[in-house]
Design a protein. Structure first.
Lengths: 109, 120
């Protein structure tokens, strides 16, 4: 099973890009990379997912390295409402998501 | 996006009583629902997977007789914490995947808002 490694915490200035890294060196060829975030005392919110190509949506961009062993979630213009715990998930067995410890992102005014 | 709703959002009960938490998919058919538990300052831990019309599959270490899961329809799964004790106090979160305009081909899971259980 693929496990993920994320820094426990990060700070980002409001209005700047937030780049959240994730290592998943044991990912297998058919496993997707998913990103969710959890604001305090709420359920996780889907952000983006990808297999091997970079992806972009209205919330964020996902950059996956060519060897797929790591990825970066980019929030292009962080706001205070982006303060949350961000989870990178790559183990999906029969749609079961196993959460790692995540990165606590604090956006600073 | 798809909506998953949980009820109640918070509940306080006395030790020894049972508490039922509902999880509903509001705009798609959830063939599979998942139940998670989250203790303060910790990550989400998968408790069990429930498929509509069949018995739930529990993760290792989760007592199936204590955490009863019923998935009787394509839009509703329930988690009953039986004979609750203070150590069962936690944030319980459900998620759902399935078929339908939003479910087919998207790959992502949709999560409920969570239910905070406090056992006195």
């Amino acid at each position: 099973d693929a496990k993920t490694t994320q820094p426990p915490s990060m700070d980002c200035a409001e209005g700047r890009a937030a780049n959240l890294p994730c290592n998943h060196s044991t990912i297998s060829g058919n496993e997707y990379v998913y990103w969710y975030r959890q604001i305090h005392s709420q359920g996780p919110q889907y952000i983006i997912h990808g297999l091997k190509n970079n992806e972009t949506n209205e919330m964020a961009s996902l950059i996956i390295t060519e060897d797929r062993k790591s990825s970066t979630l980019i929030l292009p213009h962080a706001t205070l409402r982006d303060t949350a715990v961000y989870y990178c998930i790559v183990r999906v067995v029969r749609n079961q998501f196993y959460f790692g410890t995540g990165t606590s992102l604090t956006v600073i005014p | 996006g798809a909506v998953v709703s949980q009820h109640p959002s918070w509940v306080i009960c006395k030790s020894g009583t049972s508490v039922k938490i509902e999880c509903r998919s509001l705009d798609f058919q959830a063939t599979t629902m998942f139940w998670y538990r989250q203790f303060p300052k910790q990550s989400l831990m998968l408790m069990a997977t429930s498929n509509e019309g069949s018995k739930a599959t529990y993760e290792q270490g989760v007592e199936k007789d204590k955490f009863l899961i019923n998935h009787a329809s394509l839009t509703l799964s329930t988690l009953t914490v039986t004979s609750a004790h203070p150590e069962d106090s936690s944030f319980y979160i459900c998620s759902a995947s399935g078929t339908g305009p939003l479910g087919v081909g998207t790959g992502e899971l949709f999560f409920g808002e969570g239910s905070r259980l406090t056992v006195l």
